[in-house]
Structures are given as structure tokens and as C-alpha cells.
Design a protein around this ligand. Structure first.
Ligand code: 6PG
Length: 265
């Protein structure tokens, strides 16, 4: 059933402005969630783009370190590589070094995906940890307060890669996904769970992302080829934080750097 999704994109010149915008968004959404229900459930992606934002959030010279409600934040991952937590490719390791070692999150509020395990076991354990902690029953899924995504130059997001099985997973919260194009397995949240989040935003930078960003938003709907097209949050609102390079093929933003698109999928 096609669904209308309003996409707001905000364009920033340079990595620092983009990372600062992402840090502001984390702060705003986390504070709102804690004010509303005493807890903020944040799901983060890995890769390279978010690192600068995490470093900003942890920087004691910046307002974020003091303003973020760390004690009321629960931290989850959108996806993880099938490597140990100290491996250079681990999303957890990147986050630990940039953020976790510097801010007072409660250890019991950090829900690491155990990439060192057999992929299916890691996915099942992660799903069970989420279900048990949030006391989810039956088909009930988690509703993250804010969920940050990246986008690959092939149009993938999370670890939903083109032509992989996870694209068709509609029931589970997390799955092991074989990614032949990278000759590996990944653990990933499923796209229906991502879409249940109250606030979903993409954080994308670089010239190599301009074409996929354009094709995902304005190209033919074909999620097997462009899995990022599966992301249509249940509240019908999607935010994209982009640098000027990644936004180069979109309609020019207004004077404040904002643009808006209505997409029917
Ligand atoms: C991962 C991510 C993945 C990432 C994109 C973009 O585990 O790599 O979750 O989906 O967001 O590949 O990665 P970059 O930020 O490195 O371009």
C-alpha cells in the first residue's frame, strides 16, 4: 500500500556544521523523551560519518556533555559487523572510543550487539535482550525515541544491503544478514522496527552519496536495489541531515538550508 512520507532535508557546509546539527538533534530528542517518560531510547548506526558527532557529544568543552541526560539514556545499535568488540571494524569499538569512554551512561543501559558470536546467535540474543528489557510481548516491537542512520554509496542503510534477505524480513526485530557483496554477515535491526521509531534521521556526507541520496528520494521505487527506500517512519516524517556534497543532486534548499519533499512509496 503506497504511503506518503514527508522528507525534510537540512544541508550544511562542512563536516563540523553537519556533526553539530546531528549532536543538536540527539540532544533535542533525548531531552524531549526524558521529559515525557523519564527515559530516552537511542539507536545509532556505525560506519565513519557518525564518529565526529559522537566526539562532539562527549567533548567536555561543548554544551552537549553536560546537557545530555546520560543517566536516563538507553543506547542500542542499528547494526553491527560480525567481529569482536575490539576489532577495528566494530561499530561498538568506534562508539566506545568516541563516546562511551567519556560519558556517564549506565553500563546496564548499553545494549551491545555481540558481533563476536555466531551471526544468528548474536541476532537472537540482541532481539531477546530488547524484548526482555522492554517487556515486549508477541508481535510488539521496540519504539526507539531517536534512530540515526547512514547511507552507503550503494543505497544501503543499517545492514540492509541490496538484494539481501533482510530486506524481506517483516517480523523479527533483529536478524543476521548475509552480505555476499562484502563477503560477510552483519547483524541488523529490521526495517519495520526502524520505521516504528518516533524520530528517524539520516546523517550523510560526501560526494559519493549524492547519487544514492537522489535516487533513494527521487528515483524509481525499487528497495531491492535501494534498500534506504524502505525507510518511511510510521509517523510519516523523515529527516535527512546532509552536507552540501551529499545534497548536490537534490532541489536547492531555501535560504536557511532547508528543503522538503513529499514522496509516495
Ligand atoms: C555500518 C553502518 C552503515 C553505514 C553506511 C554509511 O555498520 O557501516 O551502519 O549502514 O551507516 O555504510 O557508512 P559511512 O558513514 O562510513 O559512509
Amino acid at each position: 500500500m503506497p504511503k506518503r512520507t514527508e522528507v525534510e532535508y537540512r544541508v550544511y557546509s562542512g563536516a563540523d556544521a553537519l556533526s553539530r546539527a546531528a549532536a543538536e538533534h540527539f540532544l533535542e530528542t533525548a531531552q524531549a523523551a526524558v521529559a515525557a517518560k523519564g527515559v530516552a531510547r537511542i539507536a545509532i548506526s556505525g560506519g565513519s560519518t557518525p564518529k565526529r558527532t559522537f566526539e562532539l557529544l562527549a567533548n567536555p568543552a561543548e554544551k552537549f556533555a553536560k546537557a545530555m541526560p546520560w543517566q536516563q539514556i538507553e543506547l542500542y545499535w542499528v547494526d553491527e559487523r560480525t567481529v569482536p568488540p575490539d576489532n577495528k571494524d566494530s561499530n561498538y569499538r568506534m562508539t566506545r572510543e568516541a563516546l562511551l569512554e567519556k560519558v556517564p551512561l549506565k553500563p546496564e543501559n548499553i545494549f551491545r550487539i555481540e558481533g563476536e558470536l555466531d551471526p544468528e546467535e548474536a541476532a537472537s540474543k540482541y532481539e531477546a535482550a530488547i524484548r526482555n528489557h522492554l517487556r515486549l510481548e508477541g508481535a510488539e516491537g521496540p519504539r526507539f525515541d531517536v534512530l540515526a542512520l547512514g547511507m552507503g554509496d550503494d543505497g544501503h542503510t543499517a545492514s540492509l544491503f541490496p538484494h539481501t534477505a533482510a530486506i524481506n524480513e517483516m517480523i523479527r526485530i533483529a536478524v543476521a544478514n548475509q552480505v555476499p557483496q562484502k563477503d560477510t554477515w552483519r547483524i541488523t535491526l529490521t526495517w519495520p522496527v526502524i520505521n516504528q521509531a518516533h524520530d528517524v534521521f539520516f546523517l550523510i556526507a560526501g560526494k559519493d552519496k549524492a547519487q544514492p541520496v537522489h535516487d533513494v528520494l527521487l528515483g524509481k521505487y525499487d528497495p531491492e536495489v535501494l534498500p534506504s527506500q524502505l525507510i518511511r517512519p510510521s509517523n510519516g516524517r523523515l529527516l535527512m541531515l546532509l552536507d552540501t556534497d551529499a545534497a548536490a543532486l537534490l532541489p536547492a534548499p531555501d535560504a536557511s538550508g532547508k528543503g522538503r519533499l513529499e514522496i509516495e512509496r
